[in-house]
Design a protein around this ligand. Structure first.
Ligand SMILES: [Zn+2]
Length: 468
């Protein structure tokens, strides 16, 4: 009976999603018309206003910009020269929060840059420039994050870090650097203590060949500005019929890096979220719980919008039943979606049962991780998962096209957006309607235990010690 009712709701939203290219047109506007949407920039603001206007047009209620203060970064010139064993200027890119610097030093190559590499070379690092692979996680492997490597280099006395993209194609890798005081909120706190530059795979390999000859000496000159600004989350709601105080939160981040269109990270996830809102608005007054569509601001600079929203929801005693993060949803060619729960192994069979019932195949697993907008909610013990789609190109390492100049609209398809939106909308319907939902809020002690087991406690203490 209930099952048949859910099917009826499905038919409405699937019909809406599969007969429209609205989501694609939204993505074209975000990527081709507006461009990069770097957090704190004018483009990010214009995107926020556009997203709010769309949510209003779809009939969502309480549409608003949730503004918050943050620290942004403005890119200036960046130059890198080889001084020894030969003289050459090489292309490079300062990474967000990189300070201005003029320095010259020898290079120490830490290879993949995992913790044992840093420990093995600890005595050589002080006063040197560290050269490391950026992100080495091949699909299914769990390795260190760029910011882990940056922190290890800083702690061991390095004067700069060079990150090598692991995918060929003359593409520079980017990603924000950790501030000198991660617990602070001022521009001085957020600016990184030493320069971090992104290199292409080819430039990195050239430097590694030179390093094998003996002493490799480089000069770095870069001018950048870290300054205070504002960003905003964009929110719209479909109020619940019987339990309006309980919220199912769903959405991706609309900001991106300044060197790319941010089409797959995460313009696609943003328009998937809008499409869920548009389709579910056809069920207005029929869903039991409130569905809140959110487009997070400033994810790439440290999950700033998500931290703000999680803190504000807690301060207002809001009851968030589930967070469905859409970072990476809708990219590629579609049909290979995966749902990653963050610290909720008991919900794997629950979602497997939904997959069989729909019926629609998608991968489901549990892995506590700290690197997207679900995490501030996970820290507060709120059940959550991230829905993402497999990138267009197989065989690429780590983020693939993400965080490079090549994260452009041509890496996304309408079909993938439709598949992700159809799945997300049907999951949200069930998360709203299920009176016997088995997910439960974790206590702070349980969260602390989980973080310790996942090796993430140190990381959280350094950045968000006030949360748990
Ligand atoms: Zn992202």
């Amino acid at each position: 009976m209930e099952r048949e009712r859910l099917r009826e709701l499905d038919r409405v939203v699937l019909g809406e999603i599969w007969t429209s290219d609205e989501a694609w047109r939204n993505l074209v506007y975000l990527c081709d018309d507006l461009g990069h949407r770097f957090a704190g920039s004018e483009q990010e603001w214009r995107a926020a206003e556009f997203l709010a206007e769309r949510l209003r047009a779809y009939g969502l209620e309480n549409v608003r910009l949730e503004e918050f203060p943050m620290v942004t970064w403005e890119r200036g010139p960046c130059q890198l020269w080889v001084i020894e064993p030969l003289e050459r200027e090489l292309p490079s890119l300062a990474m967000p929060y990189c300070p201005s610097a003029h320095l010259e030093a020898e290079v120490v190559d830490v290879g993949e840059g995992e913790l044992p590499d840093f420990d093995r070379l600890a005595s050589e690092i002080p006063g040197k420039i560290v050269l490391t692979d950026a992100e080495t996680n091949r699909p299914g492997e769990r390795k260190s994050h760029r910011t882990d490597k940056y922190n290890w280099a800083v702690q061991r006395g390095a004067v700069a870090v060079l990150f090598v993209n692991q995918n060929p194609g003359q593409l520079h890798i980017t990603g924000s650097l950790t501030g000198r005081n991660p617990n602070g909120t001022s521009a001085v706190d957020r600016e990184a203590p030493i320069p971090g530059l992104g290199l292409s795979y080819e430039t990195g390999m050239f430097l590694r060949r030179l390093a094998k000859r003996g002493t490799l000496r480089l000069r770095i000159a870069t001018e950048n500005r870290t300054c205070e600004a504002r960003s905003a989350n964009v929110i719209g709601e479909l109020p619940g019929r019987t339990h309006p105080e309980e919220i199912v939160l769903v959405g991706g981040h609309y900001d991106g890096h300044d060197i790319a269109q941010g089409a797959s990270d995460d313009g696609a996830g943003t328009v998937v979220g809008l499409e869920v809102g548009r389709a579910l608005s056809r069920l207005r007054g029929q869903l039991a719980r409130t569905v809140r569509i959110i487009c997070f601001g400033a994810e790439e600079l440290g999950l700033l919008g998500a931290y703000y929203h999680a803190a504000r929801a807690a301060a207002h005693d809001e009851r968030i039943r589930f967070v469905l993060n859409l970072d990476g949803a809708g990219r590629g060619s579609g049909g290979q979606e995966q749902l990653v729960l963050s610290g909720l192994p008991e919900l794997v069979p629950y979602f497997q049962a939904i997959s069989r019932e729909l019926p629609y195949d998608f991968a489901i697993r549990d892995e506590l991780n700290a690197h997207s907008d679900h995490f501030p909610f996970a820290l507060r013990g709120i059940p959550n998962a991230t829905l993402s789609s497999r990138d267009a190109t197989s065989g690429m390492v780590g983020r693939g096209w993400g965080h490079t100049e090549a994260d452009t609209l041509d890496k996304v398809t309408l079909r993938s957006i439709q598949l992700a939106a159809a799945l997300a909308a049907r999951l949200v319907i069930r998360l709203s309607e299920d009176e016997a939902f088995p997910g439960r809020q974790r206590t702070p002690e349980e969260v602390r235990q989980q973080l310790a087991e996942a090796g993430l406690l140190e990381r959280v203490r350094a950045s968000e010690g006030n949360v748990i």
